[in-house]
Ligand binder design. Structure first.
Ligand SMILES: [Zn+2]
Length: 116
C-alpha cells in the first residue's frame, strides 16, 4: 500500500498551506494546532465517553480523523486537504466553545448527524 503521508511526522504543527486553510475555516490560533498520524483512533479512557463513543459509532474503524482541542488525529492513509479542513473546523468549534467539556457534546452531535 502506498502511504501518501510519509512526509508527515508525529505531532507536527501545520505547514504554511494547512495553516492558511485553518484560518480560512475560522481557526483563531492555527499555530497551536498539532496533528498526528495514527494506526487507529484511541477510545477515551473515561468510561462515559467510551460508552458514548461506542454507542454512536464514533471512533469505529471507518472514522478517518478525530479532533480534541487543538490536537488532530488522522488515521494513516486518510490524510487529505478536505479531511484536514474538516478537522480544522472542529478546532474552530472548540475555540468557540473554549473548553472540551462544552465542545464535546456539539462534536458528538455532529458525528451522529454527519457520520464523522
Ligand atoms: Zn467531523
Amino acid at each position: 500500500m502506498v502511504r501518501r503521508d510519509k512526509h508527515i511526522h508525529t505531532l507536527d504543527p501545520l505547514n504554511a498551506s494547512a495553516m492558511s486553510e485553518a484560518k480560512t475555516v475560522g481557526v483563531q490560533r492555527p499555530q497551536e494546532v498539532r496533528f498526528q498520524m495514527v494506526d487507529r483512533l484511541p477510545l477515551p479512557s473515561d468510561s462515559q465517553l467510551q460508552a458514548a463513543a461506542l454507542q454512536t459509532g464514533f471512533l469505529g474503524p471507518m472514522i478517518a480523523g478525530l479532533t480534541l482541542g487543538h490536537s488532530i488525529l488522522i488515521r494513516h492513509g486518510q490524510m487529505s486537504r478536505r479531511l484536514l479542513s474538516h478537522e480544522c473546523r472542529h478546532v474552530f468549534q472548540y475555540e468557540q466553545a473554549e473548553s472540551i467539556a462544552e465542545f464535546l457534546p456539539l462534536y458528538l452531535q455532529s458525528i451522529v448527524q454527519v457520520g464523522y
